[in-house]
Design a protein around this ligand. Sequence first.
Ligand code: SF4
Length: 287
Amino acid sequence: MAERISEVLQKKLSDRLSFYEDLGISLFYKDRSAAWSHVGSSRSLQQHSHEETTLPKPARKPEPMKLPPSALRAAPKGEALLKVTGPSLFDAVNKISGDTLLKIREDLGECTRCKLHKARNKIVFGDGNPKAQLVFVGEGPGHDEDMQGLPFVGRAGKLLTQMIEAMGMQRKDVYICNVVKCRPPENRTPEKDEVSTCSPFLLRQLDAISPKVIVCLGSVAAQTLLETNRGISHLRGEWLEFRGRKLLATYHPAYLLRNPSAKSEVWKDLQKVMAVLGREVKKGKSA
Ligand code: SF4
């Protein structure tokens, strides 16, 4: 007798299918209702996914677009510069030999360096593989993250987890952190002084992990690392360089929750990342 799939797994499969459909992968199942008529039989599902899965293949080996610092820091006509003169914020932060995430966390301590410490519940330092090839950098913790002390654990975090899994990885394979480690009140955008105070710790994290690819989620992360005030729509989807590493900016998962139609753009961006990491969406892959 065929083995039944648990309700938990059914829900997980359903969420994954919805996610692929949101990405615009409409051919994932030719007839999803027909697919679900097979639920209850693992063999049927396996057969179905092998026969009818038609996920697009990621682009192959895109070349990084190396922009000179002057190009990144120069704003288009009519836009004010985030940083007009002086050395880069990160020029002053040299690589610390033998730096580790543990040491950086110890140095951060119960930080009161900026005003964001006043309302925080927990510092959200970062989470994941300390030797990850891929690091996601977000803006700052929200309510759920502040309560748990972990990055991207709310609704936007669930979506990020789905994105990572769609890339053929698990959260534990990557590293996830934010520009600021404490929740801004009412989830407002971190202010310039807060970003400049906290981001050297982000830089040390990136240097310590030394990932192959950095993905900036949203404008704050991209603008901070690239030291520009260009909008995310101008920056996303192109390979840029940050201290010798490939950097790609894309939309923040919270933005995708408000604008689901943008998921297909993000999926294109993530496919570029997958190609650089040597990963492909396997035909026939299921949750
Ligand atoms: S946001 Fe960063 S610099 Fe500000 S208090 Fe928190 S850990 Fe310290």
